[in-house]
Design a binder for this molecule. Sequence first.
Ligand code: NDP
Length: 284
Amino acid sequence: MSAQILDGLALSKVVRESLKERVLSLREKGVIPRLDVLVAAHDPASLSYVRMKHLWAEKAGMTGQSFPVDENTTQQELLDKIAELNANPDVHGILLQHPLPKHLDEQEALIALGSEKDVDGISPASLGRLVADLPGFRCATPLGIMKLLEHYGMELKGKKAVVVGRSVILGKPAALMLLQKHATVTIAHSRTVDLPDLCREADILVAAVGKAEMIKGDWIKPGAIVIDAGYNKVEGRKWDVGDVEFESAKEVAAWITPVPGGVGPMTVASLLSNAVDSAENILA
Ligand code: NDP
């Protein structure tokens, strides 16, 4: 058996095309959706992710600026910048590209960001709204995963889901979103005992670990849906690899996301979609 592909790149193109129409309509009303980004000035990976986000935003007709932060940026300067962007009515979304330089307190910055312009959906205020089932911006990566599952018509109700990873930006919110769709969810982490056996019970397996190809084909239940959110650099490999060993997993799963081309592009599409929602909220 060879699994069918959950094609995040193709779906992200559809989402981004639909954004173009929404942005055009906003522009006709005098609103240009704007996503601003605070990013570590000396982190090549972050800078390249942010360049791609701005590029895709521009292609959708949106605008945005990057504000580099570095070892000389003080916590107060970071908070002041967030307050300034929060107060600017032309800015609809603010992204703190993780990781910021180590001396800066990201959680305090996210608390200052609040929920109204947190289009990445990772501030404590936004996460609280997710837990409370209140409307608000949902975390871009798990939101992208849910859009992918929905697009391919995956039935989640009553299914056993295992999410491997409990980070605030990925594992935990992904688990909550699956729970909202009536899956029965288990969250696994680095202290989970018998992880392979637990994974073998999953109808839906979400890998959000950050360990290259840790999850093997024989950890997967035949016919499962496998979502690989991992992006791992491996020396000597041209492309980043996921947390799942794709070649063995695809022989067992029914559906699987590739890396690259699965969750990554859906994350960016969901971020931009949230930013356009934010601009539309102003007119509503
Ligand atoms: P974190 O490092 O914040 O969290 C990793 C999680 O995996 C932790 O909960 C950790 O457990 C768990 N873990 C680590 N080792 C093991 C193990 N051996 N067995 C079981 N669980 C383990 O990572 P993120 O959530 O930020 O990212 C996870 C992956 O997703 C990374 O590859 C990252 O690059 C990728 N990513 C992809 C995005 C995309 O757009 N596709 C966006 C964001 C991240 P514990 O809590 O016990 O330490």
